[in-house]
Design a protein around this ligand. Structure first.
Ligand code: ZN
Length: 97
């Protein structure tokens, strides 16, 4: 358990306010060098699992995210910012594609 970055993952932000609270703290961790930015992923679709008459069924979107790394414990985190109906997330890298 690392005290520098985060203990818990957020599978989705309940509200914009909820995200703002998170993001204020997050920006401090960036500016103090606890977390460093690694890369941006623009999002993608998984290949369809089944094809029915040439139409892919079961394809799933991989949401866009930014990846960060904790300089203390080297844990990588993926942050997806909420937008409209999308509630975003903040997850350990290994738990999202
Ligand atoms: Zn950490």
């Amino acid at each position: 358990m690392c005290k520098q970055c985060y203990r818990e993952e957020i599978s989705n932000f309940d509200s914009q306010l909820d995200f703002n609270d998170f993001y204020d703290e997050f920006k401090i961790k960036i500016s103090t060098g606890i977390l460093t930015f690694k890369k941006t992923f623009a999002g993608d679709f998984l290949p369809p699992k089944i094809e029915i008459f040439g139409i892919g069924v079961g394809s799933k979107i991989i949401h866009d995210y930014d990846e960060y790394e904790c300089t203390e414990c080297m844990q990588k985190w993926k942050l997806s910012i909420p937008e409209n109906a999308w509630r975003g997330f903040f997850l350990k890298s290994e738990n999202y594609y």
